[in-house]
Design a protein around this ligand. Structure first.
Ligand SMILES: Cc1cc2nc3c(=O)[nH]c(=O)nc-3n(C[C@H](O)[C@H](O)[C@H](O)COP(=O)(O)OP(=O)(O)OC[C@H]3O[C@@H](n4cnc5c(N)ncnc54)[C@H](O)[C@@H]3O)c2cc1C
Length: 504
């Protein structure tokens, strides 16, 4: 029997636990114990069910991740195995509108913008989002030659560049400040001047190589998608996907079901791992915060890189240095609900992006009750402010009450919420050192981390610190860590069946 200790009960750790469980069910002699510091499982996936103080009706409030991207198959595949595929919920695309704050105005994202590149002339010409010189500068993308031609076989990783350098070079400063920064940098809560494109959006670097222009690249991509839709129209009754999805009962529903299927009897909550060391016989010893010890053949550490580094202590000096080199930023989400009569504005939009150049204390606002069905009762509006990020770490020193008032005031100023409107309820979810920053050269560092870990029999690392922060990436990182550590013992796991993988 090979026993795997998994540290961290976020989606990566739970994905690992469920994979060990499936392997045991398939006949392998393996088991696991999962250790989670908090009383609650799920990590960055946290959903609170809140009752309306007046009507008692229910809100579904996501405090961390509120969605997963549907083009990556991991969550669908596992949801299918868990029997919860039909619990996935689509966004309300009839309200699909993104607003961008400029001065005291909210401007709708112009039609035809793909990421931050314009692909339609008339909406670009008529939008007030950019000045005329900026529009002209963006169009120059069509003629500005690529920075350099990659040699045969080279990839984005060898030509890493920051988001800021890339966007300013191709489309000008205003394109970065007005859209690319809040859209791309904001989503990752990252500084565009540090953020690695190779680690986050390598397709942008590849597009420049292939087409010599982002506009031409995105136009080509749009044509391909339209062709595919024509060739393969959706089958009647087949499930349709929106760009992002969630679950009817919120994102934590997914990690809760993962924990159920993996086996809660193998999961210990409310106790932290405090040290991990290799024993002379090659097995692993994990010391817990209650003073007890656990011994296993393998250990998978699915905590943020800074926490992993503390756990591993002096196991390997170079590994410690590499883990230390991944910076993190802190942020908080501040969901709050209002009566519809306190919101005398058009609520039919998904969210607001607030560029850094606006010098506001919020980075973004999500209109949760318009983006998703059934997140709030009728006649109620559920919004969520997002604060913090690398340019505003000081805001994290504010108390919960102060953060709630800051976000409320911003809603008054930006949206026209009634100045005296009091939230029916408000919550603050703090994500202290919760967002890994993929800075320039990140992929080279992760390659080296993987080589170093590869040399340690029975050690696996997983989670959002390495190869993608998105929920599907984290889930699959946990599964890959299981394949790695069991592979170290010559146990080869079967792939999930084609039927499980086939979603469409
Ligand atoms: C505010 C916010 C919004 C986001 N929005 C989205 C989104 O919409 N879509 C998307 O795809 N992604 C989103 N993400 C990113 C995504 O949610 C995370 O990258 C992902 O959930 C991380 O999963 P994980 O398992 O790697 O880590 P975590 O979720 O951080 O889990 C790590 C777990 O380890 C535990 N732990 C730490 N130290 C110890 C220890 N010593 N002993 C035991 N346990 C320990 C922690 O308590 C935690 O439960 C968002 C993230 C945040 C913070």
């Amino acid at each position: 029997m090979k026993h795997v200790i998994i540290i961290g009960g976020g989606v990566a750790g739970l994905g690992a636990a469920y994979k060990v469980r499936r392997s045991a069910d398939a006949g392998h002699d393996v088991s696991f114990t999962l250790i989670e510091r908090e009383e609650r499982l799920g990590g960055c996936l946290v959903t609170e069910l809140v009752d309306d103080p007046e009507t008692g009706e229910r809100y579904i409030v996501d405090g961390g991740s509120d969605a997963f991207i549907t083009s990556k198959p991991g969550v669908h595949r596992v949801a299918k195995m868990l029997g919860i595929f039909d619990d996935e919920v689509r966004t309300c695309d009839e309200n699909k509108k993104t607003l961008i704050l400029k001065g005291d105005k909210l401007i709708e994202l112009p039609d035809g913008i793909m990421m931050f590149a314009p692909t339609k002339l008339v909406p670009l010409a008529t939008t007030n989002l950019y000045s005329w010189p900026a529009k002209f500068r963006m169009a120059l993308d069509l003629v500005i030659p690529r920075k350099e031609k990659w040699a045969e076989g080279e990839t984005a990783q060898q030509h890493d560049e920051t988001l800021e350098s890339f966007v300013v070079r191709r489309m000008g400063r205003e394109s970065l400040d007005r859209l690319a920064e809040p859209l791309v940098g904001g989503v990752h809560a990252s500084d565009p001047a540090q953020m690695s494109l190779a680690a986050t959006f390598p397709n942008l670097l590849e597009m420049e190589q292939q087409f010599g222009s982002l506009i031409r690249g995105f136009l080509h991509q749009r044509k391909l998608v339209e062709e595919q839709r024509r060739k393969h129209p959706p089958k009647p009754g087949a499930k349709r996907f929106t760009f992002f999805s969630s679950f009817h009962d919120g994102m934590q529903f997914f990690t809760d079901r993962l924990a159920d299927a993996a086996g809660r009897d193998r999961i210990r909550v409310g106790v932290a791992a405090s040290h991990v060391m290799r024993q002379p016989d090659g097995s692993w010893l994990v010391t817990l915060s209650d003073g007890t010890e656990l011994s296993g053949d393998a250990v998978i550490i699915a905590t943020p890189a800074w926490a992993t580094r503390r756990l591993l202590g002096d196991l390997d000096a170079r590994l410690a240095e590499l883990l230390d080199s991944i910076p993190f930023s802190s942020s908080a989400t501040v969901p709050m609900a209002f009566r519809a009569e306190d919101c005398p504005f058009d609520t039919r939009f998904f969210g607001i992006l607030v560029p850094l150049v606006e010098h506001r204390p919020v980075m973004a606002v999500t209109m949760s009750s318009s983006k998703w069905p059934d997140r709030a009762p009728a006649e109620r509006v559920l919004l969520r402010g997002f604060v913090g990020g690398p340019h505003n770490q000081e805001i994290m020193d504010k108390s919960d009450d102060e953060l709630i008032e800051i976000v409320r005031t911003q809603l008054v100023e930006m949206l026209g919420l009634r100045a005296d409107a009091k939230p029916l309820f408000a919550r603050v979810f703090r994500w202290t050192l919760g967002m890994p920053q993929y800075t320039i050269g990140h992929l080279d560092r992760v390659d080296e981390i993987e080589r170093t870990v590869g040399a340690q029999r029975g050690l696996g690392l997983a989670g959002g610190s390495y190869r993608g922060v998105g929920v599907p990436n984290c889930l699959e990182s946990g599964e890959k860590a299981v394949s790695k550590v069991l592979g170290d013992f010559g146990i080869t796991l079967a792939e999930d069946s084609v039927e499980e993988k086939r979603i469409w």
